[in-house]
Design a protein around this ligand. Structure first.
Ligand code: RNT
Ligand code: ZN
Length: 418
């Protein structure tokens, strides 16, 4: 038996002592999809003919060579990342990743046909697609989109949003799995606005216009993403946490929680149980903010671990979609996907391996000491041995061995890109 197999058998025994079934945790993990965001592969630039610089208060820093410059390159890079990940994935696209055959197509003109290449590829890869409206990096997204005082600007973005919903619903229909459509809008300003209410009323009217058509949830799941602030939008963001929570609840859509979108010490983990009392489904964007919403590659840490624990403890894995959202241009971009994806799924596995019954027992008995001792001890349990075994079972490299393959791909593919 391999060292990994032996380590797993020992780990399984250890977990059994705490009443945890490691095989069952693996099965649950295997059944949980992770949506891989295409925008890590090209620093959120996209394939519009008149595509410009990234704006909207987000930023990809670094200039590591090998950025994908075409849909074919990006798809090849994503496929390479998929090949190094255990379990099942989805692919998450933004509207700006359309393919137009060289034509200039406005965001208010996009159609399902511009995503045929992606849909063919996704079918061959055996992954389903998710989608995002792209309401940034555009001359008409100068501070405000749906909340603009300019009616023409508002109508332009409403049309974009409506088209994105139609495209997402068609993807969902063809793939037989609902496409999650994330709505994140930049709207906000640098200095304190005079009339926050007026902006939020416009923002809501715009969203209502986008959502006007009722589309079957088996095809499309809308989700709205709040944000505390963006670069250059420090004083006001229309889509605040309260706005988005209220909107999602009132309209019966999903709510997106991005790990970088709250005050630095504010815990998203604590929001899960409350949110699920009022909202049916959540979309999670894993990311890592370093000092600000810097969109560093997700790594395991207290925030991600606690988030996954709360999802598992609430028995809510069936009510969340897990997606990645970071963009690091300073390292090998394929490796960035792999690191963030593996970290996110390893955090979920650790949560699935939590000695839940024991902890609950202590808590019900009012034994705060036992509960804390268990929290401390849990960190010493061999979740890594279970993770390695899972990778081996899934026929992807365990441990750091995936890096050799990522480096080969970098030499042979990424390295050719000037
Ligand atoms: C921005 C949001 C949003 C974007 C992507 C590109 O702060 O997190 O989700 O990162 O849609
Ligand atoms: Zn996000």
């Amino acid at each position: 038996m391999s060292a990994i197999g032996e380590a797993f058998r020992a780990a399984r025994e250890r977990y059994a002592e705490y009443g945890v079934d490691a095989e069952k945790a693996i099965e649950t993990l295997r059944g949980t999809e992770l949506s891989l965001h295409c925008w890590q592969g090209d620093d959120v630039i996209g394939f519009e003919q008149s595509g410009g610089a990234l704006s909207g208060g987000i930023m990809a820093t670094g200039n590591y060579p090998g950025r994908a410059r075409s849909a074919d390159e990006l798809r090849a890079d994503m496929a390479e990342a998929f090949s190094l990940l255990p379990g099942r994935q989805r692919a998450n696209l933004h509207a700006i990743y359309l393919e137009t055959g060289g034509r200039d197509v406005g965001r208010d003109e996009i159609e399902i046909g511009h995503f045929e290449g992606w849909m063919d590829w996704a079918r061959r890869q055996g992954v389903a697609l998710d989608f995002n409206t792209s309401m940034f990096s555009h001359p008409k997204a100068d501070g405000y989109t749906l909340a603009s005082y300019d009616r023409g600007v508002r109508e332009f973005w409403i049309e974009h949003g409506r088209r994105c919903r139609a495209i997402g619903a068609e993807m969902g229909r063809r793939q037989g799995s609902p496409c999650v459509l994330n709505h994140w809008m930049v709207d906000g300003c640098k200095e304190p606005p005079a009339d926050r209410l007026a902006r939020r009323e416009l923002f809501m009217e715009g969203l209502d216009a986008i959502m006007a058509d009722s589309l079957p949830k088996e095809r499309l799941l809308d989700s709205i993403e709040s944000k505390l602030f963006g670069l250059g939008m420090e004083s006001f963001t229309a889509g605040s946490a309260e706005f988005c929570f209220g909107y999602a609840m009132k309209r019966g859509i999903m709510l997106t929680y991005d790990l970088g979108h709250f005050h630095p010490t504010e815990s998203i983990a604590d929001k899960i149980s409350s949110s699920l009392l009022f909202i049916d489904r959540l979309l999670l964007h894993t990311s890592r903010g370093v000092r600000w919403d810097s969109d560093h590659v997700a790594l395991r840490g207290d925030d991600v671990d606690a988030l996954m624990q709360e999802v598992v403890r609430a028995k809510a894995l069936g009510r969340v979609n897990i997606a990645l959202d970071f963009f690091d241009a300073s390292i090998n971009r394929v490796a960035a996907w792999v690191i963030g994806a593996r970290s996110t799924m390893a955090a979920l596995l650790a949560a699935l391996l939590e000695p839940a019954e024991l902890m609950l027992g202590y808590e019900r008995d009012g034994d705060a000491t036992g509960r804390l001792a268990m929290i401390a001890e849990q960190r010493n349990l061999p979740a890594g041995a279970v993770w390695d075994y899972y990778c081996e079972q899934e026929n992807v490299p365990a441990g750091l061995r995936w890096l050799d393959e990522a480096r080969r791909y970098e030499r042979e593919e990424l390295g050719k890109r000037a």
